[in-house]
Design a protein around this ligand. Structure first.
Ligand code: HEC
Length: 151
């Protein structure tokens, strides 16, 4: 093959490599493939992943996208909202959050109170390891919230 014939091939390969790279930047998670399927037909993911929103805001955005023509089953829609909320949410500061901030993340009212009590006792909670030691809060629940909390 002559060089002039090879150039378009090289460009095509480069373009594919770029797409593959961009896709791999999406965080892993249950809804990743569904998200890619539902949300990349009209625009790229850059504008989406730059946003940091609460789960409620994401649900509203996804509703808006559905009204613009995005397609998915109820199950897929839930998955995408969960995926967006888990990966592109404003993180909650464990040392500043209120009880209702914690319950909005899925902790029980008792667990929320337990964290607040622990936080007061300790002065502040430094990291996940410290949080996992809080009495009255299941360590696996803390682990599940890793992407959503900061200190
Ligand atoms: C059928 C086409 C289509 C699909 C599929 C689609 N969008 Fe959009 N999206 C749009 C259009 C059109 C805009 C620009 C809206 C505007 O400028 O007001 C947009 C804009 C956005 C924005 C920026 C909006 C804002 O308010 O700043 C976000 C975030 C977004 N889309 C998220 C998503 C997500 C998440 C999905 C998958 C559930 C999705 N989009 C699927 C058409 C689509």
């Amino acid at each position: 093959m002559s060089i002039s014939r090879l150039i378009p091939v090289l460009f095509a390969a480069l373009a594919l490599a770029t797409v593959a790279f961009a896709q791999d930047e999406l965080p892993a998670g249950a809804g990743k493939e569904t998200f890619r399927k539902m949300c990349t037909t009209c625009h790229g993911t850059e504008g989406i992943v730059r946003s940091k929103m609460s789960k409620e805001r994401w649900a509203t955005i996804v509703d808006d996208m559905l009204s613009r023509g995005a397609k998915g089953t109820d199950e897929e829609i839930d998955q995408v909202v969960e995926y967006l909320a888990a990966n592109f949410s404003k993180k909650l500061n464990v040392n500043k959050a209120t009880a209702s901030d914690f319950t909005a993340l899925g902790l029980t009212a008792d667990e929320a109170q337990a964290i607040i009590k622990y936080r007061v006792e300790q002065g502040s909670v430094k990291d996940f390891e410290a949080l996992a030691k809080a009495p009255g809060v299941a360590a696996e629940k803390v682990a599940a919230l890793k992407g959503r909390l900061e200190f």
